[in-house]
Design a protein around this ligand. Structure first.
Ligand code: BTN
Length: 253
């Protein structure tokens, strides 16, 4: 059971984006662990300026407010890692027989298809993090996806016999997120890094990668402290940030 995550819960039937709502809330000094949860989020925001489309009432779209004042800006990517691991552990608890992985930087895959995404928005104060809004979108009970997404996207229910209770999944997520967050706070960064890499799709393997409009193959050697992926191409090591490269679970996706 989480001690402080989700204790202050703002649940709303519909808001454009839980991240935007949580960012606006920061000026009112919410308690640490405040959660903003919307059943319907018509203007959900995703990575790289994309929109996050989620069927109303069937999935989880929420944001958690943390104050990681102990975290240096150059270690910001640790928040992405811990959040991805928390979602991964939740998925493993709910679907123990399925293959769950993290796709760099922080997409969640079930059997190679995207089931969840993370958007973290930080407020910085000099070299330290002041606050973080951790936005999580998880496809839970959505049975069908629009045609253009159907080969790429999946949901938890697609791998289960019955629909999930959204609030129960949410409680597991809070529990896992808080546990990971407290580990980071306790300075257990090496453990976090090891676990992230252990579940990273394509780590130390040859993967398909899209760089600009070129689709090519490269060896994924690792992820650096700032979150850039390290790819070995033609005997040379290159580092790319999220705007420059994306890993493809399959070459045609
Ligand atoms: C991605 O592009 O993969 C990240 C998607 C993040 C979506 C979540 S849903 C809750 C929170 N509020 C938003 O507007 N976005 C995030």
């Amino acid at each position: 059971m989480a001690l402080f995550t989700g204790k202050n819960l703002i649940q709303l039937p519909v808001i454009p984006s839980t991240n935007t709502f949580a960012l606006d809330l920061l000026s009112a000094q919410p308690v640490e662990g405040t959660v903003v949860w919307a059943l319907d989020q018509p203007q959900g925001r995703g990575q790289k300026g994309n929109t996050w489309i989620s069927q109303s009432g069937t999935n989880l779209t929420f944001s958690v407010i943390y104050f990681p004042k102990f975290l240096k800006v150059d270690n910001l990517f640790a928040l992405s890692k811990l959040t991805a691991l928390a979602v991964l552990k939740t998925l493993k608890r709910c679907l123990p027989m399925q293959d769950v992985q993290i796709k760099w930087p922080n997409d969640l895959l079930i059997n190679g298809q995207k089931v969840g995404g993370i958007l973290i928005e930080n407020q910085l104060e000099r070299a330290m993090v002041k606050s973080a809004v951790i936005g999580i979108g998880l496809n839970v009970n959505q049975a069908e996806f629009p045609e253009e997404l159907s080969s790429k996207a999946t949901s938890m229910v697609a791998w289960a016999d019955q629909p999930f209770d959204l609030f129960k999944v949410l409680e597991i997520l809070w529990d896992e997120l808080e546990a990971q967050y407290l580990q980071l706070k306790a300075g257990k960064v090496d453990h976090l890094n090891r676990e992230y890499l252990a579940h990273l799709f394509g780590y130390q393997e040859t993967v398909w990668v899209k760089i600009g409009d070129q689709t090519t193959q490269a060896m994924m050697v690792g992820v650096d402290k700032s979150g850039r992926v390290a790819l070995e191409q033609g005997g040379k090591l290159n580092y790319y940030d999220i705007k420059e490269a994306s890993i493809l679970p399959e070459p045609w996706l």
